[in-house]
Ligand binder design. Sequence first.
Ligand code: BT5
Length: 256
Amino acid sequence: MATVTPLPAEALFIQSEGWTIHTASEIGSTNSASAQLPPWHAVRARVQTDGRGRTNRMWISDEGGLWLSAVVPCPGNRSKWSILPLAAGWAIIGALKELGARDLRLRWPNDIMVGRRKLAGLLVERFNNQTAVVGIGLNVFNFPEEEEPALLGATARLADLVPGCYTLDDLARIILRSIGRAHALIRDDEFRLIADELNLGWASPRLVSITLTGRAQTFAGLFEGIDEQGRLRLTTERQGRCTYDAAQVALLRELE
Ligand code: BT5
């Protein structure tokens, strides 16, 4: 289980369209700082000192990027909400398109890519049965490769895609609004609308390699989008057509 840390005492907050957004200068991880907040609260940090990705990979969170975590209610059956990471990716792509960004795509399950460069990553965590924390890391005006040279050539920045006079506060508000819409679709059992739209973007099968959680070996297959429960559809030479949920897949690499 990921660590839970309190929100820094100096965090300031504003209200925006049903959200309470807490902002602090420096936070370890905005996801950890959101763990005990009620639904419709969000936390934003200027920098994160311990930003994390999936399976505890490191997330570089230098000044100028949007490091934001949003707490949403998840009533009822836990499995109903397992599609939240995909829906959040869809929501963020929608929000960035509204702003004028083009040629964005979702790399399953939740990387937002421009070609082969990563613009944003998402980390959805459940710290209790009532809520989920949707963590969003979006490169905007920052230069993550200056902090981590291994990222050279592998990242994209919103400022290069959409020049304009938006602030990180504006972006936080637009993205939170869009997350609220995606949340309502899941709540109302309308996820298939999101799945259909995502599958349009994945219409051409793509060769990928997969490492399953807890297994050492990697195998190749054709990624063919998601089913109505958000599970990855894969065709492999040995097993034919199979499906995997996000928790079963430790790593997906695109081979073309
Ligand atoms: C992710 O993990 O992509 C999820 C990232 C979620 C970050 C947000 S920020 C707000 C909230 N608070 C947190 O602590 N986390 C969330 P994953 O798919 O595991 O990708 C991690 C990999 O992305 C790393 O191993 C690097 O290769 C790469 N990476 C790290 N920092 C990056 C950056 N700023 N831009 C692009 N790629 C990066």
